[in-house]
Write a protein that binds this ligand. Structure first.
Ligand code: COI
Length: 355
């Protein structure tokens, strides 16, 4: 159990208009901070006014990228009830990442306590308009002032929050995705299944290329054969082929997404055929040419369930479901967001109420 000290801001910020919540732009009044040293372990948990962080230029995070992050959301309904969606999954995945990056683990109950304390403090910042939420970004950085390559002996765990709308400017309209066959994001044995900033910087070059070509995101192929589907820049990917939902199996280089897991569980509960397996890009193209590629959608905390309307693979373009959201994608979106906001009964016990 953490003993969190609280310092309230004396200069509360103006809240943004809910109609214009560009993702990741507005930050709330407070942040959570907890330090680590090998001598003291995780210590000094506090909530303080949102502010810059002072670090030595030699801090290890600046040089070798020993950094991890998470993303989850809190929702408030019209009755003022606040819910977080599966925060224990983020706490557990956080520790999985920490182990891979040689960052000390944080007890799951302390992680949850920190999340709840900050979200409760920022309750006035949680928007209620459909499609909006409070995005929560926990992250850890290595802070030792040292230039040798080794695990740091000191760290900072921080949580910041921001009111957000849709991740994509398209909202729930289908996004266009570029299939990348030059650069790769991750390989087995690398960092692919960890939520490390390093995975995302590896993706930026291709992302810029995709944007320049008029596409929102990159779909990654595996790093060895450049043939098997992995994931999209900010989401896991699903296809509906001839009545069956397929998604790449977790193979060590794919992020084990919380929304991905939720969608798989919902499909199983509904009796919608779903399978996790290796899928080649040739198979997707063949399904497309045979008229069997019925839907494609991505899943992620930021992206929720986002339909894909177009895939570009070299000079081949696949138009999916007439550029409209498909029935399964829509049902999943409605159910996931319904559970998150408390409109749909949470039969899976996925939400945690914040007092
Ligand atoms: C999330 O969905 O929470 C993520 O971390 C993806 C990020 C690139 C916005």
């Amino acid at each position: 159990m953490l003993n969190i000290t609280i310092e309230k801001t004396t200069q509360p910020k103006e809240k943004p208009e809910v109609d214009n919540l560009v993702f990741g732009t507005y930050f709330t009044d407070h942040m959570f901070v907890m330090d680590y040293s090998t001598k003291k372990g995780w210590h000094d948990p506090k909530i303080i006014p949102y502010q810059p962080v002072a670090l030595e230029p030699s801090a290890m995070v600046f040089h070798y990228g020993q950094e991890m992050f998470e993303g989850l959301k809190a929702y408030k309904n019209d009755a003022g009830e606040i819910r977080m969606f599966r925060p224990n999954k983020n706490a557990e995945r956080s520790n999985h990442t920490n182990v891979r990056l040689c960052i000390p683990e944080i007890p799951v109950e302390d992680y949850l306590q920190a999340l709840e304390a900050l979200v409760s403090m920022e309750r006035e910042w949680i928007p209620t308009k459909p499609g909006t939420s409070l995005y929560i970004r926990p992250f850890i950085i290595a802070t030792d002032p040292f230039l040798g390559v080794k695990p740091s002996e000191t760290y900072k765990f921080m949580i910041i929050t921001c009111p957000v709308g849709a991740y994509y400017k398209e909202g729930l309209n289908p996004v266009k995705i570029w299939i990348e066959d030059e650069f790769v994001r991750a390989v087995k044995g690398g960092l692919g299944e960890a939520k490390a900033g390093a995975n995302y910087v590896a993706s930026i070059k291709a992302q810029v290329k995709a944007h320049d070509g008029g596409y929102s995101q990159v779909l990654w192929l595996d790093g060895v054969d450049r043939k098997y589907i992995e994931e999209v820049g900010a989401m896991n990917i699903f296809f509906k082929i001839d009545g069956e939902i397929v998604t790449p199996e977790l193979n060590g280089s794919i992020l084990p997404g919380v929304t991905r897991d939720s969608v798989i569980q919902l499909c199983k509960k509904w009796g919608v055929p779903i399978v996790e397996r290796r899928i080649s890009i040739d198979e997707i193209y063949e399904a497309y040419t045979n008229g069997k590629l019925e839907e494609a959608f991505g899943t992620g905390t930021a992206a929720v369930v986002s339909p894909v309307g177009e895939l570009k693979w070299g000079d081949k373009i696949m138009h999916i479901n007439g550029n409209k959201i498909g029935a399964v994608s829509q049902r999943l979106y409605d159910t996931v967001t319904g559970i998150q906001t408390g409109i749909v009964e949470d039969e899976m016990n996925w939400t945690i109420q914040v007092k």
